[in-house]
Design a protein around this ligand. Structure first.
Ligand code: NAD
Ligand code: UDP
Length: 314
């Protein structure tokens, strides 16, 4: 039987590159597409030269064409960390809207199945806790984070429209905070920020009073959930995340302990519209996909810390 071909947009990014690894290991032909807005070829260097791997340097907000057969599309291109999307608001809105439209059109023309990367940010600053897929969210469309949140809400909406009106096989994953090797040290997300600060001997910057919560999922668990969702027949959004919730203050203390430094915690202003609490309800992932996270934070932080140590050593 001919090999199946998958297109992964954002393939040179943190999550996209781990997905490339997974699909290569499963025996697929993998095409990674990226314009390196926030990604890096370092993340896929080890795949270059493999005969079942291709890299296209391309901006998916322009018309996307892939020659020949295509069976699956994973649309992961988008700035993802708050400092990235606050710096690049228009690119973020365009890749979530025009980019998603282009990839749905490609899926329609190739008769391919498409999975799009949505986010827990569609719930905004949630008033329902933990967040179930039925919750419609509490998003400020004109606040600074609105460029990301609304781009992803549009991504979900146009994806459902292609499913309903064009019968495209679509999947929507709502990803909660995920971490692991290949995150950028300077991407501003809390985990690289804290580990980077600890490794450089700087104090850890907690925004606000640190009482806001997040729930961190190790990348291998996320990739397993995405793989299962793609292979399922479920067209509606599914949360994938680790429900183990922690305050940002506790997280800073955990990182200080892990890195064995004597750094202090210092407090900086809380960014506008920073969600107060976030924890996935993963009942659907469990019941529909038979998925549950396997890595505890202690287990996932070990390889992540090793990765950042090597990065800082240069
Ligand atoms: P990342 O910044 O490491 O990767 C995004 C990739 O998309 C980068 O390589 C970037 O260069 C590429 N890209 C951006 N705009 C593009 C364009 N117009 N054309 C082609 N490539 C483009 O971020 P990530 O953490 O790997 O996130 C990947 C996806 O997962 C994003 O869609 C993000 O919204 C979603 N997501 C991530 C998380 C998380 O915790 N990491 C949580 C929720 C959702
Ligand atoms: N945060 C922090 N210090 C930092 C970076 C982030 O206290 O140096 C906080 C941020 O305000 C938020 C949480 O950590 O409450 C998670 O932030 P991140 O940017 O990682 O992701 P978010 O879930 O907000 O998209």
């Amino acid at each position: 039987m001919a090999k199946k071909k998958v297109l992964i947009t954002g393939g040179a990014g943190f999550l996209g590159s781990h997905l490339c690894d997974r699909f290569i290991n499963e025996g697929f032909d993998v095409v990674a597409m990226d314009n390196l807005l926030t990604g890096s070829l370092d993340n896929i260097e080890h795949l270059m030269g493999l005969k079942n791997f291709e890299y296209y340097h391309y901006d998916v907000t322009k018309f996307v064409h892939i020659p020949g057969d295509l069976h699956y599309i994973l649309h992961f291109a988008s700035p993802a960390s708050p400092i990235d999307y606050l710096k690049m608001p228009i690119q973020t809105l365009k890749v979530g809207s025009l980019g998603t439209h282009n990839l749905l059109g490609l899926a329609l023309s190739k008769n391919a199945r498409i999975l799009v990367a949505s986010t827990s940010e569609v719930y905004g600053d949630p008033l329902v806790h933990p967040q179930t897929e039925e919750y419609w969210g509490n998003v400020n469309p004109v606040g600074p984070r609105g460029v990301y949140d609304e781009a992803k809400r549009f991504l979900e909406s146009i994806t459902m429209a292609y499913h309903t009106y064009h019968n495209v096989e679509t999947r929507i994953v709502r990803i909660f905070n995920t971490y692991g090797p290949r995150m950028r040290l300077d991407d501003g997300r809390v985990l690289p920020a804290f580990i980077g600060q600890a490794l450089r001997g700087e104090d850890l910057t907690v925004f606000g009073d640190g009482s806001q919560t997040r729930s961190f999922c190790y990348v291998d668990d996320l990739v397993e959930g995405i793989y299962r969702l793609l292979m399922s027949d479920h067209p509606y959004p599914v949360n994938i995340g680790n429900p183990d919730e922690i305050t940002i203050q506790q997280f800073a203390e955990e990182i200080i302990k892990l890195t064995g430094t004597n750094q202090k915690v210092i407090y900086k202003p809380l960014p506008t519209d920073d969600p107060k609490q976030r924890k996935p309800d993963t009942t659907k992932a469990r019941e529909i996909l038979g998925w549950a996270p396997k890595f505890s934070r202690a287990e996932g932080l070990k390889p992540t810390y090793e990765f950042f140590k090597q990065k800082i050593k240069g």
